[in-house]
Design a protein around this ligand. Sequence first.
Ligand code: ZN
Length: 302
Amino acid sequence: MRIGIDIGGSHIGVGLINNGKIIKMEERLLTREYRANIKESVVNIIIELLNKIIEEEKVNLHDIEFIGIASPGTISNNIIVQATNLGLENFDLISELQKYINLPMQIKNDSKCAALAEKYYGNMQQYDDCIFLCLGTGIGGAAFLNGEMLVPKRVSGFEFGHMVINKGGRQCNCGKRGCFETYASIRAFKNKIAEVLDIDNDFSGEYMRENLLDLNNIKVKEVVEQFVEDLSIGICNLIDIFEPEAIILGGSFSYYENTIVYKMLLDKIEDPSSRFNKTKAPEIKVAKLKNNAGIVGATIQI
Ligand SMILES: [Zn+2]
């Protein structure tokens, strides 16, 4: 058995995982009080939730072979180098946790974890050459060639969200302008919908999909068309570079399968004028593990 830990922008989840199946999961919201002292809070919450699971499931620590952590941001040598949304910088979470639990641990970028989960247990299993694109607050991802996830020697890499799709465009958190994620992340999409409808952007993703994506509203239609176009530009860039057999769309976008947005996206990518090679486009699918991909993928060792 393994322990998976998912540090999200708004919550921390800890799960007991066996062969990719979640046996038990506990979550805690990262409230403002917790955020005020984020490093200490992250350590305390993880230890607390972990102890709760071990106690309730009557697990012996000796039966846990490995603890895997999924974290947003840049991870290098098992250290959180930078997780801007959480305000974490050069944080050696593993050393902190090992003061309490002496087990092997590994920390990986959350999009890479989700990609591994889809490759091992989800919709990428049957493909050797495939791309995972995680669309949420930002855009992350991973590339697999010949069945192996590509891992650069230098720094983590495969920051698909930060390829420029519009020169001199919107300011990105990374310091560049016109990055893919400033146009095609779910957050960017939601903000734009809120802007044209002149409402606060605190509605849920579910509410947006079910109530706000009404193409009879001309302003909404324009936003949807623009979002689909921007998203397809990034995806077609990846197709031209990697020629994958499949691209799997995860993160919040995994809930868009039955929406007009997904249908429009497929049409756009299938259109030969969007791509260099005019052969049939690769398979475009949504992720199977949805929000659980990060915590499951954290337990896959690379
Ligand atoms: Zn950027």
